[in-house]
Ligand binder design. Sequence first.
Ligand code: TTP
Ligand code: MG
Length: 330
Amino acid sequence: MADKNYDDLIQKLADIAQIYIKINQEFRARAFSGAATAVQFKQNAGQILPNTEKELKKIPGIGASTAKAIIEWQQSGQIQRLLELREKQKEEIVPVAQPQLTAAEIEKVNSIALFETIHGVGEKTAEKWYAEGLRTLDDVQTYKVQILTHAQRIGWKWYHHLLQRIPRTEMDTYHSLLGQALGNLRWEIAGSYRRDLPDSGDVDILIEAKTGYTLDHIVQHLIAQKLLVDKISQGPTKYMGIIRLSPQHIARRIDIRWIPAISWWPALLYFTGSGDFNKRMRAIAKSQGYILNEYSLSIEANDQIIAVNSEQDLFAALDMDYLTPAQRYE
Ligand code: TTP
Ligand code: MG
């Protein structure tokens, strides 16, 4: 019977990852800890590793350099790279000893980080899945019917799409298409796009609520235009879904918020961000006895709302110099 015990290989791959972490080569560390996870998974499943680089590379988590290392181990029981890295470490002054992560701990960190790359999966869910025995994206595929909520199912369906950021040129296209679709409603693409960043993680739309219209009217219109292709959730003031220029394009996350006129400027300020800038401005407001949030600027003592007619008014009310969206990075 073939030897299916890969404990030594897993340990060696994890050791290489550990050394790479110590010498700040995170990318390589990730490759080797990912390979350790992949081998562990094969072992758990009672499967034998193939012995060619080509076949090994078909296993999720194993790439060219890690496949070579695995073949070396299969042939000699050693991995040259580990021996060299250990030698290199000896030559350097070893700093204070750091706690070593075991292969199992590395596997846990990797699996949880991997699960969190699925849109709609946070730390809690990822940890729960790990505790339930899931380790890889193949496991998610196997158990998807039992484990995924509706929002996560959409995240899973568009997994490879939603990992990618949206280039500004594509955001410009959304800007002009939405401009046509939204007619003379007051609206903006907020978030990183409004801060002039070269790419965005999602499309953050704000629309001012107008008598006679509802958010659902807008959503139905954009569905009819074949722009909105999947819904994550929808309420009277917030729609979360997927937008796509055409079936040939990458699908993107979109949030649309329906904003009452009184909240327009505080909402625009808030959803333009950045998140760090918002924290700083909120803290400044608080130190002056105000509460600033996405709904309003108000006096903390009596809840009185300060009337504003622009973002400039909000800055002025707090005695701050005005910052353009592009300047609001912290
Ligand atoms: P995001 O779309 O999460 O952030 P972003 O548009 O700045 O960046 P990305 O390109 O990755 O999409 O949220 C939009 C704005 O909402 C963000 O710029 C500031 C505000 N916001 C907060 O202030 N705190 C938060 O926790 C989140 C999620 C958003
Ligand atoms: Mg955004």
